[in-house]
Structures are given as C-alpha cells and as structure tokens.
Ligand binder design. Sequence first.
Ligand SMILES: [Zn+2]
Length: 186
Amino acid sequence: MVKMTCIVCGVQINEKNYNFNKEAFTNSNSNEKIMYCPFCGAPMEYLIENGEEIKYDRNKLDENALKIIDHAVKLEVFNGDFYKKASDMAKDENIKNMFKALSSIEYMHARIHKKIAGIKEMPVLRNMDYSKYNTDEALLAAACQREKHAVEYYKKYGKEIHEENIVKIFNVLSKVEEEHIVLTSE
Ligand SMILES: [Zn+2]
C-alpha cells in the first residue's frame, strides 16, 4: 500500500493504521482503497503521497480569528470529553465503540486548531455531569446535538477568518462533523 500523508492533520497513513477509528465512518477504508484519514476524517483528496501539511500564514490571523480558533479547540475538546464519557456509559457495544472512535477524532480536530493558533497547552475543561443521559438513545441525541452545533460554529465563524487555507481546514472539519450527524442520528 502506498504510504500517504494527511495534509490536514499531518499523520502518515499506513497498513497498520488505515483502519483506526473505523467505527466513526459510514464507509470503511480498505488496504486497496483509502477514502479518508482515519485520524481526522479528511477525505481522500487531502491524502497525498509524500504530502506535506497545508501551510497557512498565521500573520493573517487577527485577534478575532485567534479567538475563534481558540474556541474551536475548546469545542472539540468539549466534544472529545463527552464522547470519552459516553463510550464508558453506553450499553450497546457498537455504540460504545463508535463513541470511542468519535472521541479520538474530535481530539485530533482540537490538536489541529491548537497548532493553527499556536496554543501551547491543550485546554482542560471542567468535568461535566452526563448522568441525565442514562440511555444510549439519550447519549446519541446529545451527540447529534453537539455535532450540529459544531457544524454551525464552523459555518458561522469560518467566514470571519481571512486566511484561505485555514478556512479550507475549517470546511474539511465541518464536513467530517456533518458525517457525525448522520452517524449519531441513526
Ligand atoms: Zn488527517
């Protein structure tokens, strides 16, 4: 298999990892055909042989843009934390595994934003009480709500960033969250 690099998150995809987080995707990668990055979910057009990460000019980011990206880091950590907990709480084995995979993808999204904004530390958010989501259905509904919120966030605030490659990354991640809406509404 050809080794490809995801130019959105920078991870190299190989025969050992192409199937990571497979529970978080509607289609699955195979050894012969890689359709998305298993780590951030970017579609195949962003997976390039010997590819290099998308470059951007951080000088084009004003205070507002940095604030938007900082919030995006927190939004993704918030959702990553939720999925981690939801994975512990879910009763159905498939849903459990899907939440676990979604958690790892959302944390990767947080890392991508963190790097863009030049943030040193991953934010640690306060522990949330999820006990009211006491069925798998309730967990799925909460997940779907969060994904919708994330898509809205990217759509609304992506417009306020005046650096085209960062906007492109926002759009890629937004599309990945759109697939998560489909997954969590089934
Ligand atoms: Zn990636």
